[in-house]
Design a protein around this ligand. Structure first.
Ligand SMILES: *[C@@H]1O[C@H](CO)[C@@H](O)[C@H](O)[C@H]1NC(C)=O
Ligand SMILES: *[C@@H]1O[C@H](CO)[C@@H](O)[C@H](O)[C@H]1NC(C)=O
Length: 199
């Protein structure tokens, strides 16, 4: 059993479970860390190549709700619920290549541990790849993944023509612990054991 942070030891009763739940995989297991962060985070910053004046051709970073699966059933694939009315989705129509970043600064973990969001101790990941619409059974999974963790989406206006999409990962970059960025191939990432139920 790994050592608990003193902050965890001080926590009482019902908070205990959530503290234990923030057990990050060992930083040597880079692919597992990436899967952990991807599953823990409910939203991501997504950069597209802008098609909008006055920043045509420049990176454009925006916030999106994501889910790689219902709590405890992470697939590793970040799913999104998008509308073509949205500014970044308009960029994706011209160029589907994008980059997603997610960080444990979105959870209580980094603050509890006293890790600044830019510190490599506050684990964060950057995904390179492209955004693709999904259909059929994959869209069914995307719907369950997203609506279970973002219930407000169920009531979003239907005249916006929402559709389900996935982030098709081509490279995973992991900033966790010292020593610079580590890379993980999509194969290594998807083979890594997903972490269990933790909320
Ligand atoms: C689902 O998407 C795939 C690939 O994008 C496409 O080939 C297929 O025709 C689509 N199926 C339906 C039912 O739209
Ligand atoms: C999706 O990602 C895989 C690598 O995981 C890559 O080989 C494939 O070309 C990508 N597909 C698209 C449409 O970008």
């Amino acid at each position: 059993m790994s050592a608990l942070h003193p902050a965890c030891v001080l926590l009482l009763g019902h908070l205990w479970a959530s503290c234990r739940g923030l057990h990050i995989p060992p930083h040597g297991e880079v692919a597992r860390v990436a899967r952990f962060v991807a599953h823990r985070c409910d939203w991501a910053s997504m950069a597209t190549v802008s098609t909008h004046k006055p920043v045509v051709g420049q990176p454009f970073s925006n916030v999106f709700s994501v889910s790689d699966g219902p709590d405890g059933s992470g697939s590793g694939v970040p799913y999104m619920y998008l509308t073509r009315m949205e500014i970044s989705v308009q960029d994706l129509k011209a160029n589907p290549q994008a980059s997603l970043s997610m960080t444990l600064a979105q959870t209580h973990y980094c603050k509890q541990q006293g890790f600044d969001p830019q510190s490599p101790l506050c684990a964060h990941i950057i995904l390179s790849g492209s955004v693709m619409e999904v259909n059929g059974t994959e869209a069914d999974f995307a719907k369950e993944a997203l609506f279970s963790r973002h219930p407000e989406m169920i009531g979003w206006p239907s005249d916006h023509n929402w559709f389900f999409a996935k982030f098709n990962i081509t490279q995973v970059w992991v900033l966790d612990y010292f020593g610079g960025v580590k890379t993980v191939t999509p194969e290594e990432y998807f083979q890594a054991a997903p972490d269990g139920k933790h909320r």
